[in-house]
Design a protein around this ligand. Structure first.
Ligand SMILES: C[C@@H](N)C(=O)N[C@H](C)C(=O)O
Ligand code: ZN
Length: 253
């Protein structure tokens, strides 16, 4: 199974604009949002922004129930010595705002000659505009978006070629595939990153997730982007809220 996952190239794609993404209707199916840390034998959860102490973050990661179910099934496709590590999933509006602001100022520092408009456009490549608009939500506010990586069961994070949330071209899911296509030789480390990106992409894809092509770690199910890429007429997840008690639904039945 592993060989297939790491040898299958990631197809290149043209990412839809945010405008196009937000033009897709949403009919929320009302599915519950659930904590992701209750199946640690298959999925590890490290709430990345909480560990960084960013306001608006939670110690737990939450997603829609089907996202958890699919993630669990995808985890069974991973080679036995590997495990998914979820870094973020449902996101509060407050957190989305902080991430947007932080990324914008980091990019403004890097591209000091760029105009405000250019910086804004670049920022939107790496962080969605904070929105809980029922027609145009940021993907993470729906519980259908998930940021994840892979580690070995003995605790070593796999190498993906760029750190999580690095706002640069090397984070493009296809970065190493593109190099290969151009006939460039990959170093040994780059070969490893290429294979690890393929493993993550192909396992998630098999369960119906779509990847955001600027970020090797970002996947969606049930969202507007998912609807575009899977040919659905409408998205099934709109913006939602999280109950801080994971057993809330059980207690209410
Ligand atoms: C901030 C980053 N981890 C991320 O999730 N980016 C996408 C584009 C988003 O904010 O939806
Ligand atoms: Zn994300």
């Amino acid at each position: 199974m592993q060989e297939n996952m790491e040898s299958k190239p990631i197809p290149s794609k043209r990412e839809a604009t945010w405008e196009r993404v937000h033009s897709i209707p949403i009919i929320d199916c009302g599915e519950i949002i659930t904590p992701l840390s209750l199946v640690p034998e298959h999925i590890l959860v490290r709430s990345y922004y909480f560990e960084l102490g960013i306001v608006g973050s939670l110690p737990e990661c939450h997603a829609r129930k089907s996202v958890l179910d699919k993630l669990l099934q995808a985890s069974l496709l991973l080679p036995n010595h590997l495990r998914f590590v979820v870094l973020d999933a449902w996101r509060s509006q407050q957190l989305q705002k902080v991430l947007f602001k932080q990324c914008k100022s980091a990019l403004a520092n890097i591209y000091s000659d760029a105009s405000e408009e250019e910086i804004l456009a670049k920022t939107q490549q790496y962080v969605a505009i904070p929105s809980q608009d029922a027609l145009a939500p940021s993907p993470h506010s729906t519980g259908g978006a998930i940021d994840l990586t892979i580690a070995t069961r003995d605790g070593v994070p796999l190498f993906f070629g760029s750190p999580f949330d690095d706002p640069s071209e090397i984070s493009n899911t296809n970065y190493f595939e593109d190099k290969l296509e151009k006939g460039e030789l990959l170093s040994e480390r780059e070969e490893i990153a290429l294979k690890n990106r393929r493993i993550l992409y192909n396992t998630m894809k098999q369960l119906g997730f779509v990847n955001y092509s600027c970020e090797w770690w970002h996947f969606e199910y049930g969202t507007q982007r998912w609807a575009i890429e899977t040919g659905k007429e409408f998205a099934i997840y709109g913006p939602t809220a999280v109950s801080l008690n994971p057993f809330h639904d059980i207690e209410n039945h």
